[in-house]
Design a protein around this ligand. Structure first.
Ligand SMILES: Cc1cc2nc3c(=O)[nH]c(=O)nc-3n(C[C@H](O)[C@H](O)[C@H](O)COP(=O)(O)O)c2cc1C
Length: 219
């Protein structure tokens, strides 16, 4: 084989491995989403005495499960944000990576979300849930903050993530929420661990109970 043949063969192998990695990742995500869908069902009453709202975006079901758990604990009204361009599968994953990367240099470029606005005026506390993409809350939750106000409200950002969050992104998110009228801002995160050694859903909910609502959450 000539040197050129070797280069082409190595390039083909690298591409094949990258494709296999992304394919495996999307397969795991889809399986996870199916398994989590039925856990902790929560039907928020249309008219609730609760003064709390939980608004979340989730691609593969983990933040959705966390959101249902928070809503259940607080008897809150639950709102899901849809962003079809990030649906499960290779195309959605590629879109998610591309847009998360774009947002770093062009924060004004934000995805379409449904609903774009929610009447949050009945609530004192608003919980905003999102996965972490490229160390930052995912673009749909940034889009929600951009299109809504939080006048006089206590805002809690909560994230599910596998390994790392960038504190600089959380500081930017806080600045944005405060600029849109919030009275206070708190960040909560639940570290699930990398793909092969993640917390089970039950362990994740237990960690939330301990760290967000238990003794460890007290100032
Ligand atoms: C496009 C993409 C980028 C990600 N980037 C990070 C990251 O930078 N840090 C991290 O800890 N996890 C990262 N993750 C993992 C997710 O944050 C984690 O799996 C999360 O729990 C998924 O939430 P969901 O099931 O609600 O979508 C990423 C996932 C995706 C799909």
């Amino acid at each position: 084989m000539t040197a050129m043949h070797w280069v082409l063969a190595i390039l083909a192998l690298v591409l094949l491995l990258a494709f296999a990695y992304l394919y495996t990742l999307t397969w795991i995500e889809s399986r996870q989403a199916r398994q989590l869908e039925s856990k902790q069902p929560y039907a928020s009453a249309t008219v609730s005495a609760s003064r709390s709202a939980v608004v979340y975006f989730s691609r593969s079901g983990n933040t959705a499960l966390a959101a249902r758990h928070v809503a259940k604990r607080l008897d809150a009204q639950l709102f899901s944000l849809e962003a079809p361009e990030y649906e499960l599968g290779m195309a959605g994953l590629a879109h998610a990576l591309k847009d998360a990367n774009t947002r770093r240099s062009q924060p004004e470029v934000l995805p379409d979300i449904t609903p774009r606005t929610i009447d949050l005026t009945p609530f004192d506390t608003v919980w905003l849930g999102s996965p972490v993409w490229l160390y930052s809350p995912a673009p749909p939750i940034w889009a929600f903050v951009e299109h809504n106000r939080f006048d006089g409200q206590d805002v809690v950002l909560f994230n599910t993530f596998n390994s790392h969050i960038g504190e600089d992104h959380i500081a930017q998110f806080k600045a944005k929420v405060m600029a849109r009228g919030a009275k206070s801002f708190v960040h909560r995160g639940v570290l699930r661990g990398r793909m092969t050694q993640q917390l089970t859903p039950e362990q994740m909910l237990q960690a939330m109970d301990d760290e967000w609502f238990g003794e460890q959450a007290k100032p």
